[in-house]
Design a binder for this molecule. Structure first.
Ligand code: SF4
Length: 364
């Protein structure tokens, strides 16, 4: 067995913080050396969460697929006058919410394209409408990217923007649009998107006004192992400062229907080894984030289930109505009923627990 890996895992077991060189070595492990890493990450998961594995009954709402950006990894966006362009009407929104109510979801996750007509007032109105129809629901929406779009014609900073949306009823924020927080990779895969420094500013602003958020990383495209580690370090530093992240969600890049694939810039996403190591290393490196999610939408239910014994303690949501991964070419991205998620968790030997968005049982 690789002596360097044993030393790093011992360090983690003793509760010492791993450095970036440790994380890089773990992510590069191959052959049988990966198993002790998965096992150490599982031990760490047990320290954080015991035998419990959680999931959430939630509903995905994509208000529009029209987007002024053209990120090369996106298979969801379209142009304003394209045949497949849609913008959900107030009536349709009400219908969707009625359906969500029937499914007894506890959260609406609300992420959309950047519609050229959407202003801060529109986002505010949508939040208020949802809250009027379904006041008890947790509303998880408005990524840093969407907020930047909403504020483009306003003389307001991120903090003021998130405060206005919080006052309207927003409960928490998806930490997406982070992709890889490394400028030179962002310049290629999403040149129009919010910059690394602005993303950090926006997410800290959300935390400062009392909105918790998730933290994400999309990997498996053009970034190097060092850049994955850089991203993890940034997330850990933000969490040291704000304690505002509820969970970390690694998102393996789905390439099929994206411009990156069409232009021949990628020939596939991350391998299964890379995916499971990403979960395990996230668990070992992010010693200040209580929850690591294995997204069944991104990994497929079978690999996601195995990740529950490799550092992950959450399977994500039922995601009624998931569109974004499906449009990018993932054939497993349909909703999973709570009973199905529960069965997957029991089958791997863990205790299922339906959770709220904020994992309120943890006090980090
Ligand atoms: S990832 Fe988001 S911002 Fe980028 S093109 Fe797709 S919908 Fe638009």
């Amino acid at each position: 067995m690789n002596i360097q890996i044993i030393k790093i895992l011992d360090k983690a077991k003793q509760g010492q913080r791993l450095n970036t060189s440790d994380a890089k070595k773990l992510l590069q492990a191959k052959g049988a050396a990966i198993y002790p890493i998965l096992s150490a990450a599982h031990e760490k998961k047990l320290e954080f969460n015991g035998q419990e594995v959680s999931y959430i009954n939630n509903y995905n709402l994509n208000l529009t697929n029209v987007c002024t950006n053209n990120c090369l990894f996106c298979g969801f966006n379209t142009e304003l006058h394209a045949k497949d362009a849609y913008l959900i009407s107030k009536e349709e929104l009400k219908k969707e919410l009625e359906y969500a109510k029937e499914k007894k979801v506890s959260e609406i996750c609300f992420v959309s394209g950047l519609h050229p007509d959407f202003e801060l007032e529109d986002y505010r109105e949508i939040i208020k409408t949802i809250k009027e129809i379904y006041p008890k629901l947790h509303l998880h929406g408005i990524t840093p990217e969407e907020l930047e779009h909403a504020l483009r014609n306003k003389d307001l900073d991120f903090k003021a923007g998130y405060q206005i949306l919080k006052d309207a009823g927003l409960d928490s924020v998806p930490g997406t649009a982070a992709e890889i927080l490394v400028p030179k990779v962002r310049e290629i895969i999403c040149p129009e998107k919010i910059s690394t420094s602005e993303w950090i500013k926006a997410i800290k602003s959300a935390h400062q006004v009392g909105l918790k958020s998730t933290a994400t990383m999309m990997y498996g495209h053009l970034e190097s192992i060092e850049e994955r580690v850089k991203h993890l370090k940034l997330i850990r530093e933000i969490q040291d400062e704000t304690a505002g992240f509820t969970e970390f969600i690694p998102l393996s890049f789905i390439h099929q229907n994206t411009e990156l694939a069409k232009k021949g810039l990628v020939d596939g996403g991350a391998s299964g080894r890379e995916d499971i190591l990403m979960i395990a290393v996230s668990r070992l490196f992010l010693d200040n984030i209580a929850n690591i999610q294995a997204s069944w939408v991104k990994y497929g239910p079978k690999l996601a289930q195995l990740m529950l014994n490799a550092g992950a303690n959450d399977l994500g949501g039922t995601l009624f109505n998931e569109n974004i991964s499906r449009k990018a070419g993932k054939d497993t991205a349909e909703y999973l009923a709570p009973a199905k998620l529960k069965a997957m968790i029991e089958d791997i030997g863990a205790q299922p627990k339906q959770r709220t968005t904020l994992y309120q049982k943890h006090n980090l």
